[in-house]
Design a protein around this ligand. Structure first.
Ligand code: ADP
Length: 482
């Protein structure tokens, strides 16, 4: 089975969030299960710098008006295909924004070109390899099935995965003539969305199957509260909608081998975890190591409930806890957290920015990973927390609800609990969950049981990759039915 995966960020070449982790780890897990995967992504500056022995396979003289080529490189067992288009991707800033954090103005063209290249690979193959199926991730890959429907690859199945339905890739109608699509596609059953062009909507309309990254989120996006305007469309395609929970790369995230933490430890040899706890306290300038250390590794946004967090920051200190935050995002939230850290020196620490090694140390040295999201398609930091013994306190929504077992009486008695859930996302409900966590932390046996249970949980890709492989097989079988 030959599958082309298309995504705008793929770890370890480029990452801004969970999409990269998934778009990197899932193909690796599927390869291990015998699927012949190739992974297409844009050749941003950092990607080009990391490529090992790239081989040029195809040249485009006019890819939606720009010249480009596709380079192949195999790294860590994964076959990467990189769209090298300097006019689109060789520039300063991040994958989506410039150095001043404003969206690149030609994002529509940058990602339309990615999709046009993916469709061309599906149509003509590359290097004597033609995919049986294409797996497109999020809006940036959304036009892939739209282009494919217009040509020779119209019958090739496409799986469209929604990692966050809040990001839809919506642009003014003026871009439409430059996408190289027939006018008929600019319609309600195509990519037209309230007079605009929506990449995600187009992708969902044309995909053979839609998946999202947890069963609960799959249900939630069928409602107006979570569907962000696309709930009607999702309901219309409910018979092809699947919720498959994300796994994590258990090689990258393994406390027994992780080189980014202060000392390695494991379920059977947990003692050295304390060394990480001390290192974390030092890093954040905590005065002592008393009380639970609450950690947050997150985009600092409304979605992530960071405004609610800022409202309980003083309470965390009053309860005898510490708070360590790593993230960046909305200026107002950054300012509110900065103010909280200034109010409580030695007790609340804040690092604004993006720091992969520190994110590992925080999981290894924290006591609680706090995820108060208003909505969360899957969430990965709570899964890293489970694996590292950093007990999750999470909002009961999306993938958080699916992956954490609340320490209620029954689950605790059965020794099945792995963390704490709360709902709704309000300061009061969060405070109550924090109190429960502080109480459990004060009983070492109870806490050790929670940590053990989490560290034992299977958060690998094995099961979920198998589910994707089964879905691919089903779609290919349906396609070959007369
Ligand atoms: P989302 O993709 O919505 O941002 P996820 O929980 O799915 O949220 O994934 C976030 C990923 O990004 C995790 O791997 C997390 O560790 C990482 N991350 C988020 N913020 C930072 C940061 N400031 N520094 C380092 N890693 C971060």
């Amino acid at each position: 089975m030959k599958v082309l995966s298309v995504a705008s960020e793929v770890y370890p070449l480029i990452k801004t969030g969970g999409l990269a982790d998934v778009a990197g780890a899932l193909p690796a897990a599927l390869t291990a299960q015998g699927v012949d995967m190739r992974v297409l992504l844009p050749g941003y500056q950092p990607v080009m710098a990391k490529l090992r022995n790239p081989v040029k396979l195809v040249t485009f003289h006019d890819l939606l008006g720009v010249s480009a080529s596709i380079l192949a490189s195999k790294m860590n067992g994964v076959n990467f295909l990189v769209l090298d288009a300097p006019d689109l991707f060789d520039r300063d800033g991040g994958p989506y924004t410039d150095a001043a954090s404003a969206d690149h103005r030609d994002n529509w063209l940058r990602f339309a070109a990615l999709c046009r290249a993916a469709a061309t690979i599906a149509e003509d193959g590359i290097d004597d390899w033609k995919p049986d199926l294409v797996h497109a991730h999020d809006w940036q890959a959304g036009l892939t099935p739209v282009y494919m429907k217009q040509g020779k690859a119209a019958a090739t199945p496409v799986v469209m995965t929604i990692h966050n339905i809040a990001f839809q890739g919506q642009f003014g109608p003026d871009i439409f003539p430059r996408l190289g699509l027939p006018q008929s596609v600019f319609a309600v059953d195509g990519i037209e969305y309230y007079g605009d062009v929506s990449f995600l909507k187009g992708g969902l309309q044309m995909a053979t199957a839609i998946t999202t990254v947890s069963p609960t989120y799959a249900q939630e996006i069928r409602t107006p509260a979570f569907g962000m305007g696309l709930d009607g469309l999702i309901n219309a395609h409910a018979d092809t909608l699947h919720g498959i929970v994300n796994g994590i790369d258990t090689d990258v995230w393994d406390p027994s081998t992780d080189t980014m933490i202060a000392a390695n430890y494991s379920l059977s040899k947990p003692k050295k975890r304390q060394t990480n706890r001390k290192a974390l306290a030092e890093y954040f300038g905590f005065r002592d190591t008393d009380g639970p250390v609450f950690t947050v590794v997150s985009r600092l946004t409304w979605q992530k409930g960071i405004d609610v967090l800022t409202e309980v920051a003083d309470d965390i200190v009053a309860m005898g806890g510490k708070l360590a935050v790593l993230g960046s995002g909305d200026q107002a939230l950054e300012a509110a957290l900065t103010a909280a850290a200034e109010r409580h020196p030695g007790k609340i620490g804040l690092v604004l920015g993006y720091d992969e090694p520190l994110s590992h140390l925080m999981q290894a040295g924290g006591d609680v990973i706090l995820v108060p999201s208003r909505f969360e398609p899957c969430g990965l930091t709570q899964l890293y927390g489970l694996r590292y013994g950093n007990v999750p306190v999470v909002a009961r929504t999306g993938g958080l609800a699916d992956t954490i077992i609340d320490a209620n009486e029954a689950a605790s008695a059965a020794q099945a609990a792995t963390g704490f859930q709360f709902s709704p996302v309000t300061p009061d409900a969060l405070r109550q969950a924090l109190r429960r966590a502080v109480r459990a932390f004060s009983e070492p046996k109870v806490w050790a049981q929670l940590q053990n249970q989490g560290m034992k949980a299977d958060v690998s890709w094995n099961r979920s990759a198998h589910r994707y492989a089964c879905l691919y097989k089903e779609l290919l079988a349906e396609q070959s039915e007369p």
